[in-house]
Design a protein around this ligand. Structure first.
Ligand SMILES: Cc1ncc(COP(=O)(O)O)c(C=O)c1O
Length: 483
């Protein structure tokens, strides 16, 4: 049998699922191609819409969010240094920053050369300074590792901990499916704790404790607990008391806390973002200097949305020297992360300040993006709560809503007879009838017997009313059909 015969492919690879790039994404592409083909051949459009609205992924610029001018001015000059000779084209502070970065790369090729494995020293220093200011806690650049987005950072960290099928990592349920996918790929055990839909999707420390005991009794050795704050897909933002409880729990069990904070700028209510690093530093010394904490950040989210440039990082707190050496070893096998992504990571950690020439435009662009996301979150949440058999918690943060749908028993039965996942079939129906692509709740995990979908708040604001209306009309008529 040849190496790539299906029976020979690693079962861990075959088994893992990644719903955000799953069947819905594939069907969306097929629909878009069919519409284009029909148009090119002068045939009638086979669908009742002009294009698919891709609300299935947190990819802001795909839905025409404009990149921040400050970031793009700097990256253009860093990529093509001759442009620094044309200061009339750029804001003066962007030119100065680009020159600083070009110098920091230490070579004429700027982003064309490999950087040190952990990332350019300049970039790590900038991030360390940002974290110090944000958290009021000292941070060494040596504890920062640059990666091609947070995704790979998460996998690298997990790789260090999983070396046996009974090594488990606790992740929220619902989760961002990267977590389950990584654990499975690495051959470990996914262990869930629950987010409580009846309490704005917040985790409950008693549930975390209960689940931990349950998994331990099954012989699983829990190595880490993951928190996504603000949360994807549910949009919860953790209050300080919950953060403290989770820190105490992880410290007591001597397990690593992985804090995914990629949505830290996306806050929609008066619940502020508090980093785990910051809260940890306020706790008694035994915990503050004991808990092993890894924090993740990325250029993909916030108001920057530079997903395609692939920049991210992880920062270590209280991680012993040997483990950091091993992280270095893993990271060095890829030589270094994408240098443009590193540059952008340094820019999002050092944005224009009041008085800088770029500040007025930067402020205008940032406020427009964040203001629009907040309005869209509120508008869609209201619409969903008006639909027959749909309910939705408001999102306190991140970029998504995760409404619950009560699927009619008759529909569920029919799907089961056809061996289909009712949640997926519902989302496919919605896609085919409305042109709106969302992700099935079962792709993130949900309490048994409940159904949801995740919608990204990313279509332009002038299209959001239409998106809301189309979903409402579709859903109400769907419910009617199965009454
Ligand atoms: C919670 C969460 N963590 C990590 C990532 C990965 O981001 P990146 O683009 O930096 O790899 C995402 C992407 O959507 C996410 O939602």
């Amino acid at each position: 049998m040849r190496s790539f015969a299906s029976e020979n492919i690693s079962p861990d690879v075959v088994a893992f699922q990644f719903a955000v790039r799953g069947k819905i994404a594939i069907i969306s592409e097929e629909i878009d191609s069919a519409i284009k083909k029909a148009k090119a051949e002068g045939k009638p459009n086979p669908y009742p819409f002009e294009k698919v609205v891709k609300c299935n992924s947190g990819n802001p610029q795909l839905l025409n969010q404009k990149p921040l001018t400050f970031i793009r001015e700097i990256t253009s000059m860093v990529e093509y240094p001759a442009l620094t000779e044309h200061p009339e084209l750029f804001h003066a502070d962007a030119v100065a920053r680009a020159k600083e970065i070009i110098k920091a790369t230490g070579c004429d090729g700027t982003t064309g050369a490999y950087s040190p494995s952990k990332g350019l020293a300049y970039v790590r220093q900038t991030i360390a300074h940002f974290l110090e200011e944000r958290d009021n806690v000292p941070m060494s650049p040596e504890d920062i590792y640059l990666t091609d987005g947070a995704s790979i950072a998460i996998k690298i960290v997990m790789q260090l901990m999983i070396s046996h099928p009974l090594h488990g990592i606790m992740i929220p349920n619902p989760q961002y499916p990267l977590y389950g996918a990584c654990i499975q790929q690495l051959g470990g055990k996914t262990c869930h704790y629950n987010l409580n839909e009846d309490n704005y999707w917040l985790p409950d420390i008693n549930d975390i404790k209960e689940q931990y005991e349950k998994y331990q009794n099954q012989g699983i050795k829990i190595k880490a607990l993951v928190v996504i704050n603000p949360g994807n897909p549910c949009g919860e933002v953790l209050p300080i008391d919950t953060i403290k409880e989770i820190i105490k729990f992880c410290n007591e069990k001597k397990i690593c806390l992985m804090a995914d904070e990629v949505y830290q700028e996306n806050i929609w209510t008066d619940i502020p973002f508090n980093s785990f690093r910051k809260v940890l530093a306020t706790m008694e010394p035994e915990i503050a200097h004991g808990l092993e904490l890894i924090s993740f950040h990325s250029i993909s989210k916030g108001f920057y949305g530079e997903c395609g440039k692939r920049g991210g990082m992880f920062a270590c707190t209280n991680i012993p020297e040997f483990a950091r050496l091993m992280m270095y070893k893993i990271i060095s096998t890829t030589l270094c992360s994408n240098v443009v992504g590193q540059v952008v990571m340094s820019i999002i950690c050092n944005l224009p300040k009041e008085g800088d020439p770029s500040y007025p435009l930067f402020k205008q662009e940032r406020d427009a993006i964040l203001g629009s996301l907040k309005r869209k979150a509120e508008y869609l949440c209201d619409i969903f709560n008006k639909c027959d058999g749909m309910s939705c918690n408001r999102a306190a943060g991140a970029m998504y809503l995760f409404p619950r749908i009560t699927l009619p028993e008759k529909f569920i039965q029919e799907c089961h007879e056809r061996h289909e996942d009712p949640n997926e079939t519902y989302c496919i129906e919605m896609l085919k009838k409305t042109g709106i692509a969302v992700v099935k709740g079962s792709g993130f995990g949900q309490r048994k017997g409940t159904y949801h979908f995740r919608i990204a708040l990313l279509p332009p604001e002038n299209e959001i009313e239409e998106v809301g209306k189309r979903i409402q009309v579709f859903h109400n008529s769907f419910m009617q059909q199965y009454k």
